[in-house]
Design a binder for this molecule. Structure first.
Ligand SMILES: Nc1ncnc2c1ncn2[C@@H]1O[C@H](COP(=O)(O)OP(=O)(O)OP(=O)(O)O)[C@@H](O)[C@H]1O
Ligand SMILES: [Mg+2]
Length: 257
């Protein structure tokens, strides 16, 4: 295990008195590639936003100096991104360098070349001048990823990065993330439990409370504290899907829970 880079102690977070997270004690490490899973409304985005300091919380979140200095790359869940903002794809990706530049810093020629290279890598170079409001879901997802990685952060946090993207890009995305994980820690929220087990190193289940599993292997037993029906893809000789049964206090809002 690498150096501890994020340490969360006794964290709780509420919105208008409604508890979203409580009793959270968890650490993340320099070589982590963690998948965060859990039902809708379980608190995954809130956990991420607490690490980023974007929501109020009780308790402590300590982030190592190294990560603070190198910055944190963040790809928000798409429904949290304001598409109306009048910005081109190129400007959106460049804005990932803003923290380093300060408010009035100028972008250099090499910054712009780096944007070009990233847009090419993500196959959206033809959309550089297009306004973000005109992009398809998958195109916007790629541009948001470009913004998150352009500063080469020490910690990359992705909230459902595979939403809206096609299968081909999803595979490219995971290959890219595996490559990036050689030089940065990655925390990724995903609903795709089957993929999570093949891509990430560890899984964290979030459903009002948080559990870190020591492996990416997910069995129905391990998911018992997931508190929601979930499809588990077993990677045996005959792949099959198991529907874990549900019990009390589910927050996912499904009728069958
Ligand atoms: N800005 C907000 N104002 C009020 N309540 C909120 C806000 N953001 C989240 N919540 C509530 O907090 C709880 C946790 O939400 P959160 O977005 O963290 O869940 P999630 O696990 O990311 O869900 P999803 O899978 O749907 O993205 C939910 O009950 C949600 O309704
Ligand atoms: Mg969310």
């Amino acid at each position: 295990m690498g150096e501890e880079i994020v340490k969360i102690s006794d964290l709780s977070a509420s919105y208008d008195g409604e508890v979203a997270l409580e009793g959270v004690n968890i650490s993340f490490y320099a070589d982590d590639f963690v998948g965060i899973i859990g039902p809708n409304g379980g608190g995954k985005s809130t956990l991420i936003k607490a690490i980023l300091g974007l929501v109020p919380y009780a308790g402590t979140v300590n982030i190592s100096q190294d990560v603070v200095a190198g910055g944190v790359g963040y790809m928000p869940q798409q429904n949290l991104f304001d598409k109306e903002f009048p910005l081109s794809v190129e400007e959106l990706v460049l804005s990932g360098l803003q923290r380093r530049k300060g408010l009035f810093g100028r972008y250099s020629k090499s910054d712009k070349l780096r944007v070009k290279a990233i847009l090419e890598e993500l196959s959206v170079d033809n959309l550089a001048k297009k306004c973000v409001g005109e992009l398809s879901g998958g195109q916007l997802q790629r541009a948001l990823l470009g913004r998150a990685i352009i500063s080469e952060p020490k910690l990359l946090i992705l909230d459902e990065p595979a939403n809206f993207v096609d299968n081909r890009f999803e595979n490219e995305l995971y290959t890219l993330l595996t490559e990036l994980n050689k030089r940065m820690a990655i925390i990724m929220v995903s609903h795709d439990v089957g993929t999570i087990t093949t891509v990430v190193k560890n899984v964290v289940c979030v459903n009002r409370t948080v559990h870190r599993h020591p492996t990416a292997e997910l069995t129905p037993e391990l998911l018992a504290n997931y508190h929601c029906p979930i499809q588990v893809l077993s990677h045996g000789p005959v792949p099959h899907t198991v529907l874990a049964h549900h019990h009390d206090d589910c927050h996912c809002g499904h009728d069958h829970c």
